[in-house]
Ligand binder design. Structure first.
Ligand code: F6P
Length: 431
């Protein structure tokens, strides 16, 4: 295990730390940043300066570092209630050491120049893979660095953790919006709109779509249909369910995951572009499904794509989610100063009712590139709803509110100064 700090003349000399946000941002990723920063400030004997990458790992590669020490305690406290990525995020995949040695050599060059001995990478699935690779750099290139992943992803698809910070707040937003829009369409259905479709995120995992199911208090209530990526889309069964719902209840609310696929694996809606990780950009399944319904059944519809609204909705964040996001940031720093390398703080559910949880380290190698999808026993036999077990799992994650302060009727979010660290290297790097 990497030892914290570096011995010099019998004293442990603190080393600097690097923090970066990665991948799709969330309503609470900045709460994790606050956890990292506030905790790092408590360990001056281990951690010297804390730098953040401007736009994630790209900031490291291009030596574009933000001096977090220049940010006031009030700003850092304010990050806890501010959505999105205050330091800028990036979707950037580091290839294997053999495939792209230049990138790793550049990272080491920048880390060395700034005496960075701790690397905190706040991201999802792909980002844990990047964090793992960076942790291997130390060994492969003879540079000591303690590397800890800080979990986040609205997709909730990291393994070994009860849930992923960011998910609880999206889940709450989607459940709230579904319940509210369902009341609207129920009011209009007699003479006007009969169908409301809400498209939600979740590329390969239907956790967010499942959360839409929380809007219903009892069976038969909206949403009458949830379409999951885990269940191949059966058009005939879907249409029959829509028709039955309209005929018995007068309307039908559908929550559809952007990752819903046909039985042959093709997405119902694919935008045609791919990100740095090769993932298809999704979006637009909501109108696709709504149109299908009108063409087959002739019902008037409305649709909405929750898109970035769902992942930035800090105003209606889950209190549990905010607390967990902060806790994983705090734990990451504590692990690092204890010399734990290549780990990720995971949330462990101790009990469901009341919901009790703790944080424990899990190896990055067990997390990287593994996707946790919705298990079959969380989806009803017909494939269109959530089971009681799923509800039991989800409910605690959306519990409680943590409203941001409001000024002039609007949430009062903070912005960092983002003061750059003076560059030390002559060489530049193109990404
Ligand atoms: O990070 C996960 C996620 O929110 C997915 O659910 C969604 O498909 C994707 O990010 C969107 O990514 P981007 O903002 O890069 O288009």
């Amino acid at each position: 295990m990497t030892k914290p700090g570096r011995k010099s003349g019998g004293n442990t000399k603190p080393r600097n730390a690097f923090y970066a946000q990665s991948g799709g941002v969330t309503a609470v990723i900045n709460a994790s940043a606050a956890g990292v920063i506030e905790t790092a400030r408590k360990y001056p004997r281990h951690i010297g300066k804390l730098y953040a990458g401007r736009h994630g790992i790209i900031g490291a590669l291009t030596e574009d570092l933000i001096d977090v020490g220049q940010e006031s305690n009030a700003t850092i406290r304010g990050l806890r209630h501010t959505p999105a990525g205050a330091f800028g995020s990036a979707r950037f995949k580091l290839k294997g050491l053999e495939q792209n040695r230049a990138e790793y050599e550049r990272l080491i060059e920048v880390f060395k120049a700034h005496d960075i001995g701790y690397f905190f990478y706040n991201g999802g699935n792909d980002s844990m893979d990047t964090a793992l690779k960076v942790s291997q750099i130390g060994e492969a290139m003879g540079y000591p660095i303690t590397c800890v992943g800080v979990p986040k992803t609205v997709d909730n698809d990291l393994p070994l953790t009860d849930c992923c910070p960011g998910f609880g707040s999206v889940a709450k937003y989607v459940a709230v919006s579904t319940r509210e829009a369902a009341l609207d369409v129920a009011s209009m259905a007699r003479t006007s709109t009969k169908i409301f479709v809400l498209e939600v995120m979740g590329r390969h995992a239907g956790w967010i779509a499942a959360a839409g199911g929380l809007a219903a208090r009892k069976s038969g209530e909206a949403p009458q249909i949830i379409l999951f990526p885990e269940i191949a889309f059966d058009k005939a069964a879907f249409m029959a369910r829509v028709k039955a719902s309209v005929e018995t209840q007068g309307y039908c609310v559908i929550v559809v995951s952007e990752g819903t696929r046909y039985p042959d694996g093709k997405f119902l809606a694919e935008a045609g572009t791919r990100d740095a990780f090769g993932h298809a950009q999704l979006g637009g399944v909501g109108p696709v499904v709504a149109n299908m319904v009108r063409e087959e059944l002739g019902y008037k519809y409305h649709w909405a794509v929750a898109d970035y609204l769902q992942r930035s909705a800090r105003h209606i964040a889950s209190k549990v989610d905010v607390e967990q996001a902060y806790a994983v940031g705090k734990a990451a720093v504590e692990y690092a100063v204890q010399g734990r390398n290549a780990v990720m703080p995971a949330i462990i559910r101790k009990s469901a009712r009341p919901y009790r949880w703790k944080i424990e380290p899990v190896p990055l190698s067990a997390v990287a590139n593994v996707e946790k999808t919705v298990p079959r026993n969380f989806i009803t036999a017909d494939g269109f709803g959530i089971t009681a077990a799923c509800r039991r799992y989800l409910e605690p994650l959306i519990a409680g509110e943590d409203y941001p302060p409001y000024v002039d009727g609007l949430p009062d979010y903070v912005r960092i100064k983002g003061k750059p660290v003076r560059r030390k290297l002559k060489s530049t790097f193109k990404v």
